[in-house]
Design a protein around this ligand. Structure first.
Ligand code: ZN
Length: 77
């Protein structure tokens, strides 16, 4: 009776925890009724906390931008 499948829910959960995107109501509904996805979310949360703890200095916010710029910069031959 779940409106979403598990892969979609987990994908959104990952994005939610990493990028702080809001979880749509149907995703929350799925989580409420799916112990597997609840466990997945819990594991992810612990993993992210563990990573944050082991790396007290997160990469600068503009790292992504720089990486993109590097990708778009023509290579010097
Ligand atoms: Zn599920």
């Amino acid at each position: 009776m779940n409106p979403l499948d598990c892969p979609t829910t987990r994908d959104r959960t990952v994005k939610h925890l990493l990028d702080h995107t809001p979880l749509p109501p149907e995703t929350l509904l799925h989580l409420r009724h799916c112990p597997d996805c609840q466990q997945h979310q819990q594991d992810l949360r612990q993993l992210i906390q563990a990573l944050a703890f082991s790396a007290p200095q997160p990469p600068p916010a503009d790292t992504k931008v720089k990486m993109l710029q590097r990708l778009h910069t023509p290579k010097k031959a």
